[in-house]
Design a protein around this ligand. Structure first.
Ligand SMILES: C[S@@+](CC[C@H](N)C(=O)[O-])C[C@H]1O[C@@H](n2cnc3c(N)ncnc32)[C@H](O)[C@@H]1O
Length: 216
């Protein structure tokens, strides 16, 4: 459960930052546009948003899109909220929640895009079900994605990338925009670098990236 993760201090901080951290997000299910953001813009969410740098930069760039970051670890989310306070984007919010609970927060077809950036690869086979691109997770994403909506995945881990491509294909997602070296590809120009991505670039690692389209 999301709310038991993190120090008491971080939890208290999150409770005070209600401008950025949405309390009881269930109440906006099916109404993020109408009640929360009060516009009809597309809704893009990021799973495991960490310190939120990626989402906040995108929100500055794409002002006609609503962004929600989901993160279960309170101390890093508190950093995201502080960062949000400094940059102040009105089209961004964060949930202190676990990805497994997504359908409690978003109704069928409510989400236009899901970003999954540099999540834990869980390399041991017996931990495969913990990978955020495992079939069990894809079933959750299919419940909330609109037809034609997409998942955009970035990772430094070749095994996770191959595993994810197979899982997407087996779950009737259409794959496109695949690159095994994002920073030397046609997608480099529009790419927003995440905190973990920056570390991997500095280590000279290649970045894998793909889009999986849900056609319903
Ligand atoms: C390796 S970090 C990457 C952070 C960020 N996406 C980036 O690229 O810099 C992965 C993050 O995903 C979060 N995470 C992993 N599984 C999660 C889950 N089931 N629900 C919510 N957050 C999760 C972790 O707490 C961690 O902050």
């Amino acid at each position: 459960m999301a709310r038991i993760r993190g120090t008491q201090k971080a939890l208290e901080l999150l409770a005070q930052m209600t401008t950025w951290i949405v309390d009881e997000p269930e109440r906006y299910r099916g109404q993020w546009r109408t009640s929360f953001f009060q516009n009809d813009h597309p809704l893009h969410i990021e799973l495991g948003t960490g310190r939120g740098g990626f989402l906040l930069a995108l929100a500055q760039r794409e002002k006609e899109t609503n962004f929600i970051g989901i993160e279960r670890f309170a101390p890093v989310l508190a950093k995201a909220a502080k960062h949000a306070e400094e940059t102040g984007a009105p089209n961004v919010a964060f949930l202190h929640e676990d990805v497994t609970r997504l359908p409690a927060f978003f109704s069928v077809g409510e989400v236009d895009r899901i970003y999954i950036n540099f999540v834990d690869p869980w390399p041991k086979k017996r931990h495969a079900k913990r990978r955020l691109t495992h079939t069990n997770y894809l079933r959750l994403y299919k419940q909330i994605l609109r037809e034609g909506g997409s998942i955009v995945l970035k990772t430094d881990n070749e095994q996770l990338f191959e595993f994810s491509l197979n899982e997407f294909a087996e779950n009737r997602f259409q794959l496109r925009g695949i690159t095994f070296d994002l920073h030397h590809s046609e997608f480099a120009a529009g790419n927003v670098i995440t905190e973990y991505e920056r570390r991997f670039i500095e280590q000279g690692k290649q970045i894998y990236r793909c889009e999986a389209i849900w056609e319903g």
